[in-house]
Ligand binder design. Structure first.
Ligand SMILES: Cc1cc2nc3c(=O)[nH]c(=O)nc-3n(C[C@H](O)[C@H](O)[C@H](O)COP(=O)(O)OP(=O)(O)OC[C@H]3O[C@@H](n4cnc5c(N)ncnc54)[C@H](O)[C@@H]3O)c2cc1C
Length: 367
């Protein structure tokens, strides 16, 4: 039997797990169906939490990532009352989160994997029985492929692009809920910069037309959805991602564990997908290498312990994201008033706001 953990999938989750295991003294090998470096072409722009940064630092994959700090998050709903602001200074942290490209993240993870001497076997598509001689297989293949998965189709797509604004972003992120779906604007680039990454959610049937709009018409649509708080000057190419929720109830089985999008694929409304993945990864590496570790990373007792340790945070993030995606994407009056009241309560009650902010930064086990 091999003694390393087989990691199937060399995307961000697979590489981060290999590094976390390495940091805890456990050997791993990565297998990926694609050519090495393919993840460096990922066009997504991610918002990572302060907690995610801490984990990336610990696994040696933060230094050198061009990341824009988010110092304020402004949350509101279109045409209705209620808004709130979360500020890094109120939470006693340097930033509530960071905006970075998935391609830069993949490049830094890849470098760290090379530096740690972790084998990366490219162009190797792995099937269920191919890793049977490994003590543990970590499935990080980026999609929930399981007949028992819980699936929710929101009938929505995300249209992503960058836009220029007429004033500096000053590290403010905007999340605006509209009847047609949420719109997020994430500050992108240095302090004096005025670029934003836009995640505009729309009905699945409208996304081809939205993506095909010329720049001016797209900016008009953005103005209609976002309002006039910011002036927009130009838009980059649009990329469309289908949105839904898919997750496995069981994230461990006999000598197997599922992580990243293979465990749960979330709606990006709250930007939680990779943040949750990193917390899972860190806990898995910690549990496997803990005091009861006897040299077998696939020990069923350790895997059960890991699954139990992650239950609360996982459920909370899946539930929170699902609720946001469903509740904030319609214009039913009582719900709109409830949302307004909720946002107002957050604004008026600093401890409640702090509670939500800390959950978003560090997960449900923040304290
Ligand atoms: C529009 C959008 C915006 C998002 N924004 C955020 C955000 O702001 N913040 C956040 O935290 N998260 C965000 N996410 C989620 C984040 O992008 C994902 O959590 C993350 O990319 C998942 O990485 P992964 O490694 O699990 O999967 P992937 O990146 O899909 O990697 C899977 C890898 O497995 C390989 N593979 C597949 N099958 C096999 C096989 N059989 N054998 C070998 N290799 C295989 C593939 O080639 C691939 O390299 C967003 C997602 C979307 C769609």
């Amino acid at each position: 039997m091999a003694d390393a953990v087989a990691i199937v999938g060399g995307g961000p989750a697979g590489m981060a797990l290999a590094l976390a295991l390495h940091r805890h003294g456990i050997a791993a090998e990565i297998f990926d169906a694609r050519q090495r470096g393919a993840a460096k072409h990922d066009k997504r722009i991610l918002a990572l939490s302060f907690g995610a940064r801490k984990i990336l630092e610990r696994i040696g994959a933060w230094q050198g990532i061009p990341a824009t700090p988010i110092e304020t998050i402004h949350i509101s709903q279109h045409g209705r009352l209620g808004r709130t602001r979360m500020r890094a200074a109120e939470e006693g942290v340097a930033a509530l989160g960071y905006v970075l490209t998935a391609s830069d993240l993949a490049a830094v993870l890849d470098q760290a994997v090379t530096a740690a001497g972790i084998p990366y076997r490219e162009q190797q598509k792995v099937g269920a029985s191919d890793t049977a001689n490994y003590p543990l297989t970590a499935w990080a293949e980026g999609a929930v492929d399981n007949p028992d998965a819980v699936v929710r189709d929101y009938g929505q797509h995300a249209v992503m692009c960058t836009v220029g604004a007429s004033q500096p972003h000053r590290h403010v992120a905007w999340e605006r809920f509209t009847p047609a779906g949420p719109v997020a604007l994430l500050p992108h680039g240095n302090h004096a910069g005025n670029d934003y990454a836009v995640v505009l959610t729309c009905a699945a049937e409208h996304s081809p037309a939205v993506a095909a709009l010329d720049d001016n018409s797209f900016l008009d649509l953005l103005r209609t959805r976002f309002g006039t708080r910011l002036g927009f000057t130009g838009a980059g190419p649009r990329v469309v991602y289908p949105l839904g929720l898919r997750y496995r109830e069981q994230i461990v089985a006999d000598r197997q564990v599922w992580i990243g999008n293979a465990a749960q694929t979330l709606h990006p409304v709250a930007g939680q997908g990779f943040n949750l993945a990193l917390r899972d990864i860190w806990e898995l590496a910690r549990t496997l290498s803990g005091p009861v570790y006897a040299g077998d990373p696939g020990d069923p007792a350790l895997l059960a312990r890991y699954a139990a340790a992650r239950r609360l945070d996982r459920r909370a993030v899946i539930g929170f994201t699902d609720t946001l995606a469903r509740l904030f994407s319609n214009d039913i009056a009582p719900l709109a008033h409830a949302r307004g009241a909720g946002l107002l309560a957050l604004d008026l009650l600093p401890p409640l706001r702090s509670f939500v902010a800390r959950r978003m930064m560090f997960g449900a086990r923040a304290w």
